[in-house]
Design a protein around this ligand. Structure first.
Ligand code: UN1
Length: 513
């Protein structure tokens, strides 16, 4: 399947043009922002051109989002949920087409592109239910005839800066939850995936216009340096949710904190799977392979390290090599493909650079690591996934390289495995494969995995939306999507009410006037 041909048909069906405005605030506009191209990593085809947001566009968006917030915060939460339900239903209808846009723009396999939209639908369902579950607390007061409680208020217009690898679902994790909380949302997608954002916003716009609902979602496009910076230093935006690299997240976090704004940071992962000799090897192999290879190793949750018990190490590694050699790398639109292209040339260079560094530090490349050339690999972004035998003292294994490189480690005792596991600066996802209850306990205990996500007998990638998603240490500490992540999109208000006829003071303080 050719990316170009598929794309023009799809763009038409979705009401998109070859050239698109990259700013939406109740209407599409562009006031002289520079033009960028959405380029498919599959074969380098330019899918569409997008005129990004100028400062004037940005200003219009923020003003619009503030105005809409003043109206939206007055809407009862279950009514807000009704809008999200309708958006979810529209996404159900458009799942195939939108999933295809994702595949075309970022090179995901068809099933992964569809999965991305499914994740949005799931979050829409979750947020609709949540809109009736925004609960507070009732707290005992030390004073007679007093009541204390806790309630939650909307925050304001918030910003969501998303990355290319989950170009729409991460926006929905934040936006659908924030919307039922009463916030309005300004979306800045990655400049590597603006077309998906525009396509999603077109679908959202259709629902909003049909229902004559509040225009709570807006879109700005442009570089992190320009638009990202405007957001980071904009006092009017109380919360910025950012998904991306550790250095960018650090800079953004500092900027937002310096104006007392809040952030939800979802930064790099360096996720490991511990494979015990007491595991079911078939499950472990599949879990590690999916974790390392899905999305061509470009997930925050990608398995980057496998820590394998020495007793099964050689069997496990040779089986893994077999799996790797049977995996087809190529055009992600073809049904048999498991590993598509990397997003761009820079990603390919990083892949090669990391392998070189690993080899210099004593790592042994035992499989893959090549850049594929030829007719089927036109864009030059296709690589054979790499397996590298490593040791924990190497520096490169402490870094996240957004590519399919799996470092392999051997361990003797579980203590040693856990030490290797926790020895990196990132703390997003983790997995342990074992059928031994005591080993599972160690992994899940306070001295076990130090990550935000800890999985047993399932891999590091592929989290469900019902749990809170995010990680510790340099991953940034944010939580998104399920559980009580909604609290991050609201402000907490402690309420004290006096029903009595006197004014007793707390802590027994006397004040006689
Ligand atoms: C990401 O890579 O930024 O858990 C998110 C997963 C996906 C989400 C990944 N559901 O792999």
């Amino acid at each position: 399947m050719e990316a170009g041909k598929t794309a023009s048909q799809l763009l038409k069906e979705l009401g998109l043009e070859k050239a698109n405005f990259g700013t939406y605030s109740g209407e599409w506009h562009s006031e002289g922002g520079e033009e960028i191209a959405s380029r498919s990593p599959i074969d380098g085809t330019v899918l569409a051109k997008i005129s990004t947001s100028s400062e004037k566009d940005y200003e219009q968006v923020v003003k619009h989002s503030m105005d809409e917030f003043r109206k939206w915060r007055e809407v009862p939460p279950p009514k807000r949920g009704e809008l999200i339900r309708e958006i979810g239903n529209e996404l159900r209808k458009e799942k195939e087409r939108l999933g295809m846009i994702v595949s075309l723009e970022v090179g995901k396999t068809i099933t992964e592109g569809q999965g991305e939209i499914q994740e949005m639908i799931d979050v829409a369902d979750f947020a609709t239910g949540l809109s009736r579950q925004l609960y507070g607390l009732d707290i005992a007061s030390e004073r007679p005839e007093h009541r204390m409680s806790e309630q939650w208020q909307p925050l304001g217009p918030i910003a969501v800066i998303s990355s290319f690898n989950f170009p729409s679902s991460v926006w929905s994790w934040n936006s659908f939850v924030a919307a039922v909380c009463g916030d309005t949302v300004i979306w800045k997608p990655s400049s590597k995936a603006p077309l998906t954002a525009i396509a999603v916003m077109r679908v959202v716009e259709r629902v909003i216009k049909r229902l004559r609902a509040n225009e709570i979602f807006s879109l700005v496009t442009g570089s992190g340096k320009k638009i990202g910076d405007l957001i980071a230093s904009d006092q009017r935006i109380p919360l910025v949710s950012f998904t991306g690299s550790i250095p960018t997240g650090k800079g953004l976090g500092e900027k937002v904190a310096s104006r007392f704004g809040r952030t939800i940071l979802e930064l790099g992962g360096n996720n490991a799977a511990i494979v015990s000799e007491k595991s079911d090897m078939e499950i472990a192999l599949k879990g590690v392979a999916f974790g390392a290879l899905a999305t061509a190793g470009q997930r925050c949750t990608t398995t980057r390290r496998a820590i394998v018990n020495e007793k099964i190490y050689s069997t496990f590694v040779s089986r893994l090599k077999e799996i790797y050699s049977s995996v087809s790398v190529g055009n992600p639109l073809e049904p048999g493909t498991l590993v598509g292209p990397l997003i761009d040339e820079e990603a390919v260079r990083n892949f090669q650079g990391a392998i070189k560094k690993a080899q210099k530090e004593g790592g042994k490349l035992i499989y893959g690591g090549k850049v594929l050339k030829g007719k089927n690999f036109q864009s030059g972004n296709y690589v054979t996934p790499a397996l590298i035998e490593a040791n924990p003292s190497m520096n490169i294994v402490k870094e996240e390289t957004f590519a399919p490189i799996l470092y392999l480690f051997k361990y003797k005792s579980l203590d040693e495995a856990l030490e290797i596991h926790n020895s990196v600066p990132q703390g997003l996802s983790s997995a342990m494969f074992t059928n031994d209850l005591r080993e599972e306990w160690e992994f899940l205990s306070a001295h076990g995995s130090d990550c935000g996500l800890a999985n047993v007998n399932t891999g590091t990638a592929g989290a469900e939306i019902g749990g809170a998603f995010g990680g510790e240490k340099q991953t940034g500490g944010g939580r998104e999507s399920g559980s009580d992540s909604w609290k991050l999109y609201m402000r907490r208000q402690t309420v004290t009410r006096n029903f009595g006829k006197t004014l007793p003071l707390a802590q027994g303080v006397q004040f006689r006037v």
